[in-house]
Design a binder for this molecule. Structure first.
Ligand code: FIX
Ligand code: ZN
Length: 414
């Protein structure tokens, strides 16, 4: 067993990483039963909020004027500003081109109407398979909120599940807007009040139980702002402590925590208006220590928090790090974070999730991330080989399978 030259090792690792099927553990994609909630195609790719944010750096028009346009008109303006009038070098712009190229479209012509014609020939069912095949994606985790009216009605109606799509119960309104959520729960027949007394907590648990079973949730999830603290007298902390974490414990489900988003820094940008802020990691430390029997899936938005997160994962086996979330999902930082995680924590991490909001994004988000992850793995293996340690093809395949969903499934006890 020999790994040959560095170049041979690199070719071997790149081939294995490129072909290992991935479980995409956090996306905003939907089972086809949700109809138009599942976004796909060139116009949805171009009006992706990452591109809206970048395009507004060129637009002089009032924000409201842009939002008053049709999706196609918005996409035309974004294509013009970011792809024709300027070179599309940002990660989000490059992503569109990587996707179109992988689909076999001729980019030299820069012919958006022709690209639209190409997409118009597809049926969504076939296109889901196409994107999963090109992205080497074996399973997609949705983000499912009962507080989303469009989603709520589809779940209430019931439908035959597409097994490629798993569900995750997203409960941001419950934890970060409790005051506004109480009347909604009351409307649904739960006897809750603002104060977190036993009756309210047991009703919250009844709500969580109903939806966990209804959607067969694989985990529960919330994103938390920079001011979140634990323990504290915040409703989010109280609801986590008394209701959500005991529920997760009883159902054997992890709680996914996404730290460090500052919502609506610029509301006129709508979905593109969210920002980032450093997080007090002691809150996570306290949660892991206070609930040793609970499992925590964690990703953090601020680059500055990544090292502390890795150290916490060394202290708490009930903490599983996942993904380079959102503003950290650029090659420069993905490489830094992946190196740091492999060197400090080892292979018991899930280095990436796509956070895809548009189906086609599965293609570029995984192609781009696989390249970076393979590069880091080659360096780490090469360091081992210089010591005389040898790695078999099967071992490299095992490690890749772990990083692309295996470690996550093991952590979840699946
Ligand atoms: O909270 C989240 O799940 C975030 O991923 C989204 O809110 C965000 O808009 C996004 O798409 C990030 O990639
Ligand atoms: Zn997300």
């Amino acid at each position: 067993m020999s790994n040959g030259t560095h170049a041979e090792l690199a070719t071997q690792v790149e081939r294995i990483v490129a072909s290992t099927e991935v479980y995409d553990i956090h996306t905003h994609l939907y089972d086809p039963a949700f109809g138009e909630l599942l976004l796909w195609g060139i116009d949805d790719l171009l009006v992706y909020h990452y591109l809206v944010a970048e395009a507004f750096r060129y637009f002089e028009m009032p924000y409201e004027k842009f939002w008053g346009l049709s999706k196609t008109q918005q996409a035309d303006l974004i294509w013009d500003a970011l792809f024709l009038k300027n070179s599309p070098i940002s990660e989000a712009c490059r992503g569109v081109l990587t996707t179109l190229n992988a689909l076999g479209l001729d980019l030299k012509r820069r012919d958006l109407p022709a690209v639209r014609k190409w997409f118009a020939q597809w049926k969504v069912e076939d296109y889901i398979s196409k994107c999963m095949e090109l992205g080497r994606v074996r399973r997609i985790s949705m983000t499912n909120s009962p507080f989303d009216d469009a989603e709520y009605s589809v779940w209430e109606k019931g439908f035959k599940r597409d097994e490629r799509f798993t569900a995750a119960l997203r409960i941001d309104p419950l934890l970060i807007a409790w005051g506004d959520t109480v009347p909604i729960l009351a409307k649904w027949g739960y006897q809750v009040g603002v104060s977190l007394n036993d009756k309210t907590i047991s009703e919250v648990r009844r709500f969580l139980e109903r939806w966990t079973k209804k959607i067969d949730a694989q985990y529960l999830m919330v994103s938390l702002g920079p001011d979140f603290d634990f323990p504290s007298n915040q409703y989010s902390a109280g609801l986590l402590e008394k209701g959500v974490l005991p529920h997760c414990h009883d159902f054997g489900l992890p709680m996914a925590l996404m730290f460090g988003v500052k919502r609506q820094v610029n509301p006129q940008l709508r979905l593109a208006g969210d920002g980032v802020a450093r997080t007090k990691m002691s809150a996570l430390e306290n949660l892991c220590a206070r609930f040793p029997e609970n499992k925590f899936l964690v990703t953090v938005l601020a680059r500055e928090n990544q090292h502390e997160l890795c150290v916490l994962a060394r202290k708490f086996r009930n903490l599983h790090i996942f993904g380079c979330w959102w503003f950290t999902n650029i090659p420069y930082i993905v490489e830094e974070m992946t190196r740091m995680r492999l060197e400090l924590v080892g292979l018991s991490v899930t280095p990436q999730h796509s956070d895809a909001r548009v189906l086609d994004q599965l293609i570029y988000k995984w192609q781009h991330s696989r390249k970076v992850i393979a590069r880091v793995l080659v360096d780490k293996y090469a360091d081992l080989v210089t010591t005389g340690w040898q790695l078999s093809e099967a071992e490299i395949k095992r490690d890749a399978a772990n990083l692309f969903g295996g470690a996550f499934e093991r952590f979840c006890g699946k």
